[in-house]
Design a protein around this ligand. Sequence first.
Ligand code: AMP
Ligand code: ZN
Ligand code: FE
Ligand code: FE
Length: 289
Amino acid sequence: MPPLIDLHTHSTYSDGTLSPRELISAAAQRGLQALALTDHDTMAGIGEAVEQGKLCDVAILPGLEISAHHQTLSIHILGYGVNRNAVLLKKTLQNIQDARHTRNMKIFERLSRFAPSLSYEQLPQKEYGQIGRPHIAKLLVDQGIVRSENEAFARFLKKNAAAYVQREILPVEIAIETIVQAGGLAIMAHPGSLAVSQGVLATLIKQFHDKGLSGVEVYHPLHSEKNILFLEKVCHNQMLLMTGGSDFHGRGRDKASLGEYGNQQPVPFTLFEKLTEQIPISHEHDSHR
Ligand code: AMP
Ligand code: ZN
Ligand code: FE
Ligand code: FE
């Protein structure tokens, strides 16, 4: 049996439940040989992941998953082999974190009408990673304002609800450019999540390919067999790389186990080989540039 790999995982530095250390230990226990940590809009967990990878003998690909949009479509762009010290990337990620902070404060302003006792200081200030609506939902439960996190979203936090504030997200082209300028490969994440026809999707992928996209995430728990066959064909026709992973978010939140993309299907090892052929060098010990 070929070795197990996973190219799409999240840790506590974004919205996962396991720290990078715990995640990589779990991966080692499952027998994974390589793993990419792809937290949302941050590379703050990569250092810890690389250290733990050395201890557990799991190869770590430095990655991230940038939330972006194209017109009204919400599109995630994965970056692999990214130099987390690259100047433009650092600046862009810092801007995203600052925008989150501003947005959280606006959400609290709106919530104050319904929950006057609530104050921004009550929001857990993690020393790392990002704070978002799930943390606010938990606070509303802890304060007895709602009975469940679901209720918090339904009444206050979901789109168009009373305290909803739109989050600023980057255009896809900028997300791709940021990754490419940091020496990484840009990959379109789980295109099966987009509510568009196959024809529109193929055109979009072509358009992003022209802007520097290197590949498409073909193997993902959200994808049907039909999605997979179609995306394999698109990648073949457009000579794009294929990637895949579990999109693991940790205990109780995972749609697939580490190393699998659903239905106990192992993520093909060849994806990792093809990907690392294209990633020129490890940037892990590079100085700032
Ligand atoms: P944020 O990045 O702050 O906009 O929060 C997005 C996260 O909130 C998602 O990753 C989900 O985990 C969670 N979320 C979004 N919508 C809902 C919902 N309707 N019910 C429960 N959780 C949600
Ligand atoms: Zn996530
Ligand atoms: Fe995603
Ligand atoms: Fe993800």
